[in-house]
Design a protein around this ligand. Structure first.
Ligand code: SME
Length: 185
């Protein structure tokens, strides 16, 4: 599908075990195993720490180095008037993104994951790294409260599919579980 940008699925409200089998097609079978391993790694990395910055920093590093073909992986946290840059791996990025602006702001406002196959075709895309060609953003939600978003950028067109969405939503659940009570929600 060309120039795909759409909202996919819903964000799990509860903290699920990450190793659940997805209903991915065989195309995604490899990704499914990869995300199970990544979920296990992140769960272990964050398990004994409650510091928000430390946990988000380690999660960003694990994702950035655990997934192929990424040029940016990290977090934006929800503030009073929009998203504010959090821990990440990659080139320096835009610090503040209003709710509803760009891919991150859209995912935050809709509280749903967004996959963009071609960022140049996404109205209002916020260009932080000119190498980025496709993007996946997954909201972090605790209860009814938006905590922020997990943002992945790739230099490849159409890098992300439904398997990545399911895998990253599982990772987001684990990360939220380990953020402690320092953040809203
Ligand atoms: N491209 C994003 C902004 C964040 S950077 O990709 C790190 C957006 O459109 O929201």
């Amino acid at each position: 599908m060309k120039n795909r940008f759409y909202v996919v699925g819903t964000v799990p409200a509860a903290v699920d075990h990450p190793s659940r089998d997805s209903d991915c097609s065989t195309d995604h079978a490899h990704n499914s195993g990869l995300y199970v391993d990544l979920a296990t790694e992140i769960d272990a990395l964050l398990a004994n720490e409650t510091d928000v910055t430390a946990n988000l920093a380690n999660a960003a590093a694990a994702i950035f180095h655990g997934l192929s073909d990424l040029n940016w992986a990290g977090f934006y946290l929800a503030g009073a008037s929009g998203l504010v840059l959090g821990p990440f791996q990659g080139r320096p990025a835009c610090v503040r993104i209003p709710f509803g602006r760009g891919v991150c702001g859209a995912a935050a406002e809709r509280r749903q994951s967004v996959i963009v196959d071609d960022v140049h075709a996404f109205p209002g895309h916020v260009a932080c790294d000119t190498n980025s060609r496709s993007e996946l953003v997954v909201p972090l939600i605790r209860g009814e409260t938006l905590i922020g978003v997990l943002d992945l950028d790739s230099p490849l067109l159409a890098r992300f599919d439904a398997g990545d969405q399911a895998g990253c939503e599982a990772l987001a659940s684990i990360i939220v579980h380990h953020l402690g009570s320092a953040l809203p929600g």
